[in-house]
Ligand binder design. Structure first.
Ligand code: F6R
Length: 260
């Protein structure tokens, strides 16, 4: 794992945007996996700005979103479909036919999940998978106890996760119980994983995921087994890390060709 600690979430998001933009410029037909939530908002804003001001071209890319709530129509304001259209897809030149989002309303969830996995494989697999982390260590909506080799499937949200997103639904009762999410095995197949975490409330999960044992009880800890997992943090999210000084020293002493 490579741990990149920045003074604040703004600077961390700029680093993340530079990493994604470099990949897109080097590989114009790259395949991206995308998380939703508060954490990647500034990353997406930076990518939109780079599209407008620096000619960052999304026209050759293929994108897949990590998850979707079961039962929500795409146009629902709290669907992950709406989120990604509002914050990214509507503002860049990514062709609609290469945007893939799990169908939360499918009548046959297992078949839709198999089809999603097949579509990811057919596209050539992810060049980068953008991830956030839940307070309980989930990535995607792979809640604690998820199989470390799981594929896209239905998952039941924990009470804690439902509470976290309740405001967006106008109350807990309106939060769906289930999601379709890529599995940990699906995420681990990406050629690069880019996990972002900001704020004190993520510090414990980050410390467990980065420095704790690999365990299904902290799903993000599986990234310790990934050959190229970058973890981009602000100071608050890094505050529980025992080896933070070392991670900062590593970044400060990188040879020029390795810098982001
Ligand atoms: C959502 C997803 C989740 C979120 C996580 C953190 O697509 O993949 O794992 O990244 O719940 O959410 P925020 O960023 O809102 O704290």
């Amino acid at each position: 794992m490579e741990i990149i600690i920045q003074p604040d979430s703004q600077q961390a998001s700029q680093v993340a945007a530079r990493i994604v933009a470099r990949l897109i410029r080097e590989k114009p037909h790259a395949v991206l996996g995308l998380a939703t939530g508060n954490t990647p908002l500034q990353l997406y804003r930076n990518l939109v700005r780079m599209h407008r001001e620096e000619e960052l071209d999304f026209s050759g890319l293929t994108c897949f979103t990590l998850d979707e709530y079961v039962g929500l129509p795409p146009a629902h304001p709290s669907s992950l479909h709406s989120y990604l259209w509002a914050h990214l897809f509507s503002q860049i030149n990514l062709p609609k036919e290469r945007i893939n989002i799990p169908d939360g309303q499918t009548p046959d969830i297992p078949a839709a999940c198999r089809k999603y996995e097949q579509a990811i494989r057919s596209a050539g697999g992810f060049d980068v998978q953008v991830l956030g982390i839940g307070k309980n260590g989930h990535i995607g909506y792979n809640e604690p106890s998820s199989s470390l080799s799981s594929r896209t499937r239905i998952k039941t949200l924990t009470a804690e996760t439902r509470l976290e997103v309740a405001a967006a639904f106008g109350g807990l009762d309106a939060v769906p119980a289930h999601v379709i999410t890529m599995g940990l095995g699906t995420i681990m197949d990406a050629r690069m994983c880019l996990l972002l975490a900001f704020g004190q409330k993520k510090a414990k999960a980050v410390a467990q995921a980065v420095e704790g044992p690999v365990t299904a009880m902290v799903p993000a800890s599986v990234l310790q087994m990934h050959p190229r997992a970058l973890v981009v943090l602000d100071m608050d999210a890094a505050s529980g890390l025992d080896m933070a000084d070392y991670y900062i020293w590593v970044q400060d002493n990188k040879p020029d060709w390795q810098k982001y």
